[in-house]
Design a protein around this ligand. Structure first.
Ligand code: GDP
Ligand code: IMO
Ligand code: MG
Length: 427
């Protein structure tokens, strides 16, 4: 019954798509359990590059069944265009399964996301504008629309009416926008129903039966630990639980079934959108990380904020997710620095702090305490085993492992599938 969770250990964009794709050939199911098309997961197969937003990265592995779990929020127009984009490139998407309990991102949720951000002004979160927060709000407020509602016109109409009742008041009276017509939304949503129907399934049953039959199930997280609504840098977070527990609620699989939790960890740190980021760099080192690492958002095209590796965050990720392993990515990007600073602790109000402070105010003015590790200049992109790495790169990895609290079982030395050093096998 091996179920593995693969998740982001920092603020997203750690290389989850590549890691998932690498394991895709050996697993039977790849399941997205939270988030939606705010994610942008890059997979490079040979000379082909894919950017997946809503679909699990396992869709590119022919033997694997991709699943969109109940915890995901689904924008049907994005789903259909992502599917047709892959079909045009010769990818078979017919095995996809979508939970009937997954919530739908409606057009008004997208509108509310954008309008709210605009009105927050300086205090905005810097969301991806994909309607993620408002859709999860509707879910928690019990006025959400689920995939299964697309197949009952009368229920759908009642639910859209209930959802728009208050929203239209807010849109027209507070935000000075036009009201959204119930009929128009219902018509648009019904238009998707037939096109999606073949994929809709009882995914909880399917996944639990698969685990009973000893099939291998991989849960692919979106976003990352520090963007988690409960455990992240609230309010500068996304509106779901990317952390390991989210895999259980977002897919309907009990915690006793999870055998391994792999944290994807970039060899330095990036963040998109607003919020605290202690090791952020505003100098040429930050610029160099952005340039060499190609740190530009897959979903929004925004430049990513860049900084040195933060071991306090990595330790925190180990703790809140119960990580069994790390997959360290983008080590190749650090080639060429004489010294590589690594944040080992914070200084807050003159005191050294080893663990992530629970107080948001403390975190906002935490100053990184750096230790300089010796760098390397040799090209490492062809390295196939740990011993192929230059001594200083080996020491960098070992130092990160010691500070972060879980073994580093794989190292990424390039974006391609093969550009990976496997130390301990995951399956
Ligand atoms: P995700 O959201 O976690 O899937 O990550 P993104 O796809 O948003 O960003 C990661 C970027 O790094 C993508 O462009 C990947 O192709 C690339 N990448 C992943 N692993 C490595 C690696 O080990 N080295 C290099 N140079 N690039 C990598
Ligand atoms: P992947 O899966 C990086 C960030 C946004 C914003 C905050 C809230 O590719 O790692 P939202 O639209 O979710 O309400 O925005 O979360 N964010 C991400 N940052 N990678 C992602 O996904 C992200 N998904 C959301 O930039 O700061
Ligand atoms: Mg991404």
């Amino acid at each position: 019954m091996p179920a593995l969770v693969l998740l982001g250990a920092q603020w997203g964009d750690e290389g989850k798509g590549k890691a998932t794709d690498l394991l895709g050939g050996s697993v039977d199911y790849v399941v997205r359990y939270q988030g939606g098309n705010n994610a942008g997961h890059t997979v490079v197969v040979g000379d082909q590059k894919y950017a997946l937003h809503l679909l699990p990265s396992g869709i590119l592995s022919p033997g694997c069944t991709p699943v969109i779990g109940n915890g995901v929020v689904v924008d049907p127009s994005v789903l259909l265009s992502e599917l047709s984009g892959l079909n045009e490139r010769g990818v078979d998407t017919s095995k996809l399964l979508i939970s009937g309990n997954a919530h739908i991102i409606t057009p008004y949720n997208v509108t509310v996301d954008k309008v709210t951000e605009r009105f927050l002004g300086k205090r905005k979160i810097g969301t991806t504008g994909r309607g993620i927060g408002p859709t999860y709000s509707d879910k928690i407020n019990r006025v959400g629309i689920r995939v299964q509602d697309l197949y009952d016109e009368s229920i759908l109409t009642q639910k859209v009416e209930a959802a728009l009742d208050i929203k239209n008041q807010v849109l027209t009276k507070l935000y000075n926008r036009r009201a959204i017509a119930v009929g128009q939304v219902v018509e648009e949503l019904l238009g998707y129903a037939a096109q999606i129907e073949q994929y809709v399934a009882d995914t909880v049953l399917v996944l639990n039966q698969a685990l009973d039959e000893d099939k291998v199930v991989l849960f692919e997280g979106g976003q990352g630990t520090l963007l988690d609504i409960d455990h992240g840098t609230y309010p500068f977070v996304t509106s779901s639980n990317p952390t390991a527990g989210g895999a259980c609620t977002g897919a309907g699989v009990g915690p006793t079934k999870i055998s391994r939790v792999i944290g994807i960890l970039k060899a330095y740190t990036t963040r998109v959108g607003a919020g605290p980021f202690p090791t952020e760099l505003f100098d040429e080192d930050g610029e160099a990380l952005r340039r060499i690492g190609g740190e530009r958002g897959v979903t929004t095209g925004r430049d990513r904020r860049c900084g040195w590796f933060d071991a306090v965050i990595a330790r925190y990720a180990t703790r809140v997710n119960g990580l069994t392993d790390f997959f360290l990515t983008k080590l190749d990007v650090l080639t060429g620095w004489e010294q590589i600073p690594v944040c080992v602790a914070y200084e807050i109000d003159g005191k050294r702090v080893e663990e992530l402070p629970y107080s948001q105010s403390d975190f906002h003015h935490a100053k990184p305490v750096y230790e300089n590790l010796p760098g390397w200049s040799e090209d490492i992109t062809k390295a196939k085993s740990f011993s192929d790495l230059p001594k200083n790169a080996q020491s960098y990895v070992k130092a990160l492992e010691e500070m972060s609290g879980a073994p580093i079982s794989a190292i990424g030395v390039g974006p391609g599938r093969d550009e990976t050093i496997e130390i301990n096998s995951f399956i």
